[in-house]
Design a protein around this ligand. Structure first.
Ligand code: ADP
Ligand code: 3PG
Ligand code: MG
Length: 425
């Protein structure tokens, strides 16, 4: 049963701990979209701000840790602007501290109720290495931080699939407990124990290597019996079937499609009738020419005047960049949704940041909401898309702030970030 192992996880909530006078390391996930240099206020920021406020209110010295983006990506930036957002939400000062400052002295000098936000944890090179808690405990920056704290609070399900330094590295040195945002997620997911296997998953988005292995796990375990695949992820599978995309191939090379294609091919061979792929796509057409921005800037930088045009998959290769699923595909996916009792959705069906290419994502999310099946919706971008369409969490069974971590949880795959919360005997 999905997640059963973790539902029985015996963990402690931060509210069951003495917080006053303690230096608390709080791991949150305020990883947000960045549009034209602006950090978009997300539910992640809003929700975790409440936890920061609660800890400060209880008299803890709160050291907040989060990543933002991935090295090499445009969204890989510092957390200064996040600190400003949090300050406004909690109505009290938030000291933003860079890793090249003397953070040990700064944390040592903190008073009860004070809040420090450390800069992007991924600026520390060891952060993203996949290692055990014991190995991460020996990382230089964890060795500096750990002696300063008495409690580690994990508040974000969305990072629990990563065996990263600030997710698992404090386990050997202090008590590790769950924050209220994580607890709310785990409480909601506990209800899933009663829901039978055989769900429909609708997957999209752009985190392809995660999605490939998770999809394989979901199909192998029987957790899902059919998968509708859109977004860049759907394009990977179309490519695995031999489709040449033309102009977008440059982006595929950057996204290292080559490495993932063999796995995608294997999944298609093993489950030919359980994977439903797009039959038409929407492309960005500018003045009848190809998207001169090139594949690398397919996203926010797509020319605002570009028009939406739908083409059949057979019409590929094409000089235009594909940006969304088409109308016929949307109808096929909707039919599958209406035939399902349980639907799990993660990852936008297209470049939803631009209204004309958000249509596929909007129609599919609306179909899930209106069908009134039991639904689980997850992902930072997915949640942002849903909100922008005027949909609300009440339209769905559960809206998670986690994307791939949620899928991994539903596949009953262990999550290292949850494992470290297990009470020590
Ligand atoms: P989530 O945060 O919901 O888990 P992801 O982070 O995996 O979702 O993916 C979101 C990103 O996927 C968005 O920035 C969106 O523009 C991008 N995306 C979706 N479809 C496509 C596509 N066909 N081509 C390029 N990018 C896409
Ligand atoms: C997310 O947005 O899904 C989480 O912040 C995890 O980010 P990552 O996939 O870069 O680890
Ligand atoms: Mg995302």
């Amino acid at each position: 049963m999905a997640g059963r192992g973790w539902i029985q996880l015996a963990y402690k909530s931060m509210f069951d701990c003495k917080l006053k006078d303690k230096t608390v390391f709080l791991r949150v996930d305020i990883n947000s979209s960045v549009v034209e240099g602006r950090v978009v206020i997300s539910s992640r920021i809003r929700e975790h701000a409440k936890t920061i406020y609660a800890l400060s209110e209880e008299g803890a010295k709160v050291v907040v840790l989060s990543h933002q983006g991935r090295p090499g990506e445009e969204e890989f930036i510092g957390l200064k602007r996040h600190a400003d957002h949090i300050k406004k939400f909690i109505g009290r000062p938030v000291r933003f501290v860079k890793w090249d400052e003397d953070y040990v002295s700064i944390i040592k000098a903190m008073k009860d109720g004070e809040v420090v936000l450390m800069d992007n944890t991924r600026f520390q090179k060891e952060e993203q290495e996949d290692k055990t808690p014991e190995e991460h405990a020996k990382d230089d920056f964890i060795m500096k931080l750990a002696p300063l704290g008495q409690l580690f609070v994990q508040d974000a399900l969305s990072v629990c699939h990563r065996p990263h330094a600030t997710v698992v590295g404090f386990r050997p040195s202090m008590e590790c407990v769950a924050g209220p945002v994580l607890k709310k997620e785990l409480d909601a997911l506990e209800k899933l124990e009663k829901i039978p296997k055989g769900k429909l998953v609708v997957l999209g988005g752009a985190k392809l290597s995660d999605s490939v292995s998770i999809l394989r796990g979901m199909l192998d375990s029987g957790m899902c019996n059919k998968a509708c695949i859109g977004g860049l992820f759907g394009e990977l599978f179309l490519k695995a079937k031999g489709v040449d995309f033309g102009a977008k191939e440059k982006l595929f090379a950057e996204k290292k499609f080559d490495k993932m294609l063999p796995d995608a091919k294997r999944i298609l061979e093993k489950y030919p009738s359980r994977i439903i792929l797009p039959v038409d796509l929407a492309v960005a057409v500018q003045n009848g020419n190809g998207d001169s921005n090139g594949a690398a800037k397919f996203n926010a930088a797509c020319p605002p005047k570009a028009k939406r045009k739908e083409i059949k998959v057979q019409e590929l290769p094409c000089q235009f960049i594909t940006m969304d699923i088409g109308t016929e595909t949307t109808e096929i996916f909707k039919k599958e949704i209406r035939a399902s009792e349980v639907v799990v959705f993660n990852g936008p069906m297209g470049v939803y940041e631009q209204p004309k290419f958000s249509i596929g994502t909007k129609k599919i999310l609306e179909a899930i909401a209106f069908h009134r099946c039991f639904s689980i919706i997850g992902g930072g971008d997915t949640e942002r898309a849903l909100t922008s369409f005027g949909l609300v969490p009440q339209d769905f069974g559960h809206v998670s702030l986690a994307g791939k971590a949620l899928l991994q949880y539903l596949s009953a795959e262990p999550l290292p970030g949850l494992k470290i919360l297990e009470k020590k005997k």
